[in-house]
Design a protein around this ligand. Structure first.
Ligand SMILES: Cc1ncc(COP(=O)(O)O)c(C=O)c1O
Length: 475
């Protein structure tokens, strides 16, 4: 079934053209050059959405295979959330969060304390994921500072991981597609270590014999830099930017043990993995602590959340801190946390996020993510067997990925002239699928997806890969 039907009639067509003309002149789209889309009608103007579907200004329909950007967990078109926003705006549209609390902020902070890992008790609200990471780094640094451990300013992050684009977040941001050079020097003391990758192990080892060497060897980095200078380790529980590897629990247990041994703050960046994306409420729930009782998972000291927190209906994010962290900010006046943004704990955003969490609970969307994720994963395995260019499929819940190479047998990657990113994104679009295409195709639809929609999604991806294989004469 093909979703993107092209029709452009009279007024709609004229308006669509006008949107594109003015967008190219005035709207600067991140990661694109200001004139990049001029020649080839590549710019989509998204006008509306319903469930897993999106509609553009030319009336074409698409399956939103990326939930916007791993954001719209509750699906598009939730007028219930519009009503919550309207009611809250009518009651209180803004409060100075530096000085006051508001009922929605209190309710949301309490709810988060109830549904996140049990050690996390405090919510510091900001407007987006980068700010949440920024806040987590500041919390970690000042936590040590307040306790008299004032040499700890270094932060360990992992090559390939993504944590945002503000300067602090960018400093711990090592996604391979980012060019950090124009912004250097970045935050002093940012130390990048190799990531986990059991397909192409940076240390050429094999799991389980390696005994998670990639985590254990971080101890050498800590000792080299002197433990008393290291403030934090930051990592995504499962990194989409680095291939959606689901590490063995021992990986995270090892990070936790290193942090305990050397007094380092452990930050779990759950900006993508939170709120059901991986089939559990939070990504860290995939990593059990043996001997600590059933359902007890590795606990981070700080967790960052954004995206699915409000399903994107309002811009809101948070750094959640454990009581251990919070206690270091109680004391003299100068112990107060230095951070915050004007739009932090925004009452409308908090009210909408709370209602969004209620939808996720009421409609069992976390369970649906696990169920549909398993179904899609099975279908992707079949698809892999039928395509000469598919080298791997992996993921958990509704965070799946299909990886392609020119020749998986010889390990040959795509060539620059293949323009695989642009080519695959376009092929997907022509099959009615919106996602980020390339050598990795991300499959992360809203958690409301049903079986028929999931099958349509995989069928569309299947046809798009076939198109690209034919164009590039693969297999
Ligand atoms: C893991 C992770 N952390 C942080 C961020 C930054 O979030 P934002 O784009 O809302 O600033 C992202 C964004 O994709 C992310 O994936």
């Amino acid at each position: 079934m093909r979703m993107a039907s092209s029709e452009t009639t009279d007024g709609t067509a004229a308006q669509a053209e006008d949107y594109i003309r003015r967008s190219l002149a005035h709207l600067w789209i991140p990661t694109q050059q200001p004139n990049e889309l001029a020649e080839d009608d590549a710019l989509l103007v998204i006008e509306s959405g319903e469930g897993v579907m999106l509609r553009d200004s030319k009336g074409r329909q698409y399956i939103d295979a990326l939930s916007g950007l791993w954001v719209v967990n509750a699906g598009h078109g939730r007028s219930e959330l519009a009503e919550v926003a309207r009611d809250q705006m009518a009651r209180l549209g803004f409060a100075n969060a530096y000085a006051y609390a508001s009922p929605p902020a209190i309710d949301l902070a309490s709810k988060l304390a109830a549904i996140t890992p049990s050690n996390l008790t405090r919510a510091f609200f900001v407007s987006g994921g980068s700010e949440a990471v920024e806040t987590a780094l500041r919390l970690a640094k000042q936590y040590h500072y307040n306790r008299g451990d004032q040499k700890r300013f270094k932060v360990i992050s992992r090559i390939g991981s993504y944590h945002g684009t503000t300067m602090g977040a960018m400093s711990v941001n090592n996604a391979s597609y980012l060019n950090r050079t124009p912004f250097e020097p970045l935050m002093p003391g940012s130390i990048a270590v190799p990531n986990i990758n059991c397909d192409r192990c940076p240390y050429e080892k094999t799991f389980p014999e390696c005994d998670v060497f990639c985590a254990r060897t971080i101890a050498d980095v800590i000792r080299f830099h002197k433990p008393e200078t290291i403030a934090a380790i930051i990592a995504e529980p499962i990194s989409t930017a680095h291939g959606s590897w689901v590490p063995d629990a021992q990986y995270w247990r090892t990070l936790r043990a290193l942090c305990d041994e050397y007094g380092i703050v452990l930050i779990a960046d759950e900006v993508i993995t939170g709120f059901g994306r991986t089939g559990t409420w939070f990504g860290m729930e995939h990593f059990d602590t043996p001997g600590a009782g059933p359902g007890t998972h590795v606990q981070a000291d700080i967790m960052t959340i954004a995206k699915g927190l409000s399903s994107g209906y309002q811009p809101i994010a948070a750094a959640l801190a454990s009581e251990k962290i919070a206690q270091a900010f109680i004391g003299e006046a100068e112990d107060t946390f230095i951070g915050g943004v004007t739009f932090g704990a925004h009452p409308v955003a908090c009210a909408v996020a709370l209602a969004n969490i209620a939808i996720i609970e009421r409609e069992n969307l976390v369970e649906n993510s696990a169920r549909m994720g398993e179904h899609i994963a099975g279908r992707l395995q079949e698809l892999a067997a039928a395509h000469p260019s598919v080298s791997a499929t992996r993921g958990v819940g509704l965070m799946q990925v299909v990886e392609l190479q020119r020749n998986p047998e010889s390990g040959e990657d795509f060539r620059p002239e293949d323009a695989i990113g642009k080519r695959m994104t376009q092929a997907l679009r022509e099959e009615g699928i919106l996602s980020r295409g390339g050598a990795s195709i991300q499959i992360a639809p809203p958690l409301v997806i049903n079986r028929e929609e999931a099958d349509n999604l995989v069928d569309g991806v299947d046809r798009a890969i076939r198109r690209v294989e034919l164009e590039l004469n693969l297999g």
